[in-house]
Design a protein around this ligand. Sequence first.
Ligand SMILES: Cc1cc2nc3c(=O)[nH]c(=O)nc-3n(C[C@H](O)[C@H](O)[C@H](O)COP(=O)(O)OP(=O)(O)OC[C@H]3O[C@@H](n4cnc5c(N)ncnc54)[C@H](O)[C@@H]3O)c2cc1C
Length: 418
Amino acid sequence: MCAEYDVIVCGAGPAGICAALQAARCGAKTALIEKNGICGGALTLSNINMPGVFNAWGKQIIAGIGWELLVKTWNITGSPLPDLSRPEFSYAQPNVNRLVFASVVDDAMADAGVDVRFHTMIASARFETDIWHLQLCEKDGLVSVTGSMVIDCTGDANVSYMAGFPCKQTESPQPGTLSMYFHNFDPAALDFEDLNRRFNNAVESGEVLAEDMGWHRPSFFFEHGRNSNHITGFNAADSRGKTKMEIAGRRSLMRMLRFIRSCPGLENAEFRMSSAECGIRETRQIIGEYTITEDDYLNGKRYADGICNAFYPIDIHMDKGIFRKHLEKGVVPSVPLRALIPQNSKNFLVAGRCLSADRPAFSALRVQAPCMAMGQAAGAAAVLAHNCQCDVRDIPLDKLRSLLQRHGAILPELPCKH
Ligand SMILES: Cc1cc2nc3c(=O)[nH]c(=O)nc-3n(C[C@H](O)[C@H](O)[C@H](O)COP(=O)(O)OP(=O)(O)OC[C@H]3O[C@@H](n4cnc5c(N)ncnc54)[C@H](O)[C@@H]3O)c2cc1C
């Protein structure tokens, strides 16, 4: 039997969970399709549990469903809430316990009545007779579902690509990162200068690659016992490319393990796995009705269809380092709804890191707080489109803003009238 939904959200990362919860809390019959067995995307699967950034220049600029889930998590773990009112330039990104966060999300999904379908991938997507037909690949085989609206939150624009909408991919995407911890050593007993020298020698001899260390100095790595490698040169948007990246990630860790154990004071060091899969920075994005540019981002451009704020430096990871450009004082960038609507699409939205933006703007907008806010906005827009029986381009923007406000979101300022 073919299940029928009002809204189908694909991908349960920071964007997808907020999209699904917002749609279901507005009364839409909602499905959430996720290839893994846990919600949270990179936050839970890749150990990127420093969600940010919710504040800018002394005030909170992103709230809503994502913030609500994080506050619940911090309350359960007894962690202090971040101080978002610090007036100086600060990126508040406190850690969140991944297991507790995922459980909080499970409960929220159940309360909202979202039909969560783990261990499921999208096999095909076609729009026919005004309705989306998706084939899903489940453990026991293919099943068909229909939806009035689809929201692609796969991070890799997988559904947009399958549906045939224009997408773009750079030839040299930013590297991924496979996180791990290493322990069983005494940092106080280490000679960091000697370790740095040994690491540089090991790079020269080919024993390790410079990018096995990522962008941190070796001393950071040794002191904190947490890596930040750069796994470069793979197109992780599709299964074949992602497979190659996962294997390359584990090879990078093994090179480091062999090297570390050859160093004085680290002979008994052990690795603790912290990520089920590589964290992905950049793969495929849609070409939307609007593409956010670097200038838009740095100048804090306002849009009539603005749906959420954002705050993060331009942050492009290269093979051996990072290119960063900070926002000027007072600037708070925002995201228009059109950046979530693929060109030539109907009844379809994306949210999260597959939005339409140029490379520098994308590098800042991909962090979790704006992804959560985009997801919530996409969920609300999808419900309005479904209820009005109109395309998402034609929904009344004032209704979208007031719906989001009722659900706790903070909206960006509108452009000046003159
Ligand atoms: C190393 C690294 C460090 C980072 N540091 C920070 C940081 O400090 N703070 C911060 O806020 N952000 C950080 N980020 C960025 C941030 O984590 C991601 O950009 C963000 O998680 C994107 O959210 P998303 O919901 O768009 O996608 P994702 O988190 O990638 O989630 C996508 C979800 O969709 C699922 N999925 C994918 N394809 C399919 C499919 N075909 N079918 C079904 N399900 C599918 C995935 O399993 C996943 O659950 C970092 C990223 C990396 C890689």
